[in-house]
Design a binder for this molecule. Structure first.
Ligand code: SF4
Ligand code: SF4
Length: 293
């Protein structure tokens, strides 16, 4: 397992998690052989913020059961063990699979007493590996993308994370999806440090507390980044962060320059390297380097 793994997480509703992730990736790529993983598989946008096209597509396939009706004794066990509702038992006792609901867990396959269930496959999404080259820095970006209409994010997160960790590098930066779902925990697992991005709003506070609860249960050191600092009160955020033994390591003010960088698809550390915002990201990158050594 790679030793330098940093995860960047955040609350729902565009807290600026990906903006922090791409700016840090560019700065860390100056010192490390960096691999970035965009595991926000329902809405990956790091490649858009970096202004690159996704490359090297590979399908993410999961098991899809097929029933050989000649061997089926209508015992109903497959329906009982299926916890997603994908294996329906019809009134005549024969099972039917609803592919969209199937997570590919294989419980029905192993439980069938007559081996009437055979293993098929279906594609739920894709992973990509893209070489990012920007102003003399280069790194690999591995991106997971769930197909439209698919509901099971964990297999896509696992596939993209595996591809990222199998890519040669000495620093892995993982951009998780927002919130505290199983997919977020899967993405963070194994990280040495989590950066939790929040904002001074009641929703930001609510989501931050959930993230801190999760990382404290997982035993991962967590630093907090206050994005759009100054837009609202931060006292409660400070209190919650202290309660979890964490700290706010950066307060990035609301900034038109960052919005401009977002619109132009060029991260602020490249668009305006001498700006106050870029120097805050550089300071943050130095702190991260120190703790990850
Ligand atoms: S593979 Fe799992 S989710 Fe899919 S039908 Fe079988 S038991 Fe249900
Ligand atoms: S477990 Fe096997 S035998 Fe029983 S209903 Fe399902 S497919 Fe048929």
């Amino acid at each position: 397992m790679a030793s330098r793994i940093l995860a960047i997480s955040g609350g729902k509703g565009g807290t600026g998690k990906s903006t922090v992730a791409v700016n840090l990736a560019i700065l860390l790529a100056e010192n490390y052989d960096l691999v970035m993983a965009d595991l926000d598989v329902e809405d990956p946008n790091d490649h858009i913020l970096l202004g690159v096209q996704l490359q090297n597509e590979k399908p993410i396939n999961i098991m899809l059961p097929f029933v050989r009706y000649d061997d089926c004794i209508k015992c109903g066990v497959c329906g009982e063990v299926c916890d997603t509702g994908a294996m329906l038992i019809s009134p005549n006792g024969l099972p039917y699979v609803i592919p969209r609901l199937c997570s590919g867990c294989m419980s029905c396959y192993f439980a069938c007493p007559t081996k009437a269930i055979v293993r098929g496959e279906r594609t739920i999404g894709y992973t990509y590996e893209t070489l990012v080259q920007l102003d003399g820095r280069s790194f690999r970006l591995v991106t997971g993308v769930l197909r439209e209409g698919e509901e099971h994010t964990p297999p896509a997160v696992i596939a993209a994370k595996e591809r990222a960790l199998l890519t040669d590098g000495d620093f892995y930066l993982i951009d998780t999806s927002a919130g505290t779902s199983n997919s977020v925990a899967t993405a963070m697992d194994g990280s040495k440090l989590v950066l939790a991005v929040t904002e001074p709003t009641p929703l930001g506070l609510h989501d931050l507390e959930l993230i801190l609860q999760l990382t404290s249960k997982m035993g991962i050191e967590t630093w907090v980044i206050m994005n759009r600092s100054g837009l609202g009160p931060e006292d409660e955020h400070d209190r919650v962060v202290r309660n979890y033994g964490s700290r706010i390591v950066a307060r990035i003010p609301y900034s038109k320059r960052i919005v401009e960088s977002y619109v132009k698809g060029r991260p602020i550390v490249l668009l305006d390297p001498s700006s106050k915002e870029a120097s805050m990201f550089r300071e943050l990158a130095s702190m991260v380097k120190e703790v990850m050594e």
